[in-house]
Write a protein that binds this ligand. Sequence first.
Ligand code: SAM
Length: 214
Amino acid sequence: MDYEELRDFMVRTQFIPRGIQDERVLAAMRKVPRHLFVDESIRYRAYEDIAIPIGEGQTISQPYMVAVMTELLELKGKERVLEVGTGSGYQAAILAELSRDVYTIERFEKLAKEAEEKFRALGYDNIHAKAGDGTLGWPENAPFDRIIITAGTPKVPEPLIAQLAEDGIVVAPVGERFSQQLIKVKKSERGLSEEYHTMCVFVPLVGKYGWDRE
Ligand code: SAM
């Protein structure tokens, strides 16, 4: 299969017609080999408009959702980004193409380990990964210019707001268990402001400041 061609087709048919405009985001999504972040048996579907199971009951998000969330982060190239919910590692790789350093946390050890192996194999030495409860953030490396939560949460966890730099942005799916809305929170000297975007459905953020169970 010509994966490069499939990626270009994905960008032209799934992202551009639905309003993704940031050329840097489109270029990163044309570049990162999403098929290497899913099981070999399902690689042929890697560039379709779907979420795909990755084990432990979790999924790699629909590519369009990755594009939307990444665009909302307004990355220019020098940011330190925290991702909560490493999953397959695909979103972290996209972020690593567009920012200086990516810190990513995954609740399941097995997924965290597999993602780290992929980062190493693909040469992403600006991604720092660990297993743990991402709702607590990563205080040793705070503050972060950008924070992205890739699991559905009842609210943006307080420790993450505390670890956000001034002029920072958080993007997260916030709402009910089986239905959320993407929210973009900006922190400025005047306080926090919120913008609401598309509806979405993510697996739950399970942790001290998220849901208390699957
Ligand atoms: N960003 C991922 C990717 O590119 O494949 C997709 C993430 S998947 C939709 C959500 C992930 O969040 C799952 O792997 C899940 O285990 C993880 N997760 C849920 N709660 C978490 C928590 N408290 N801390 C860290 N990861 C968490």
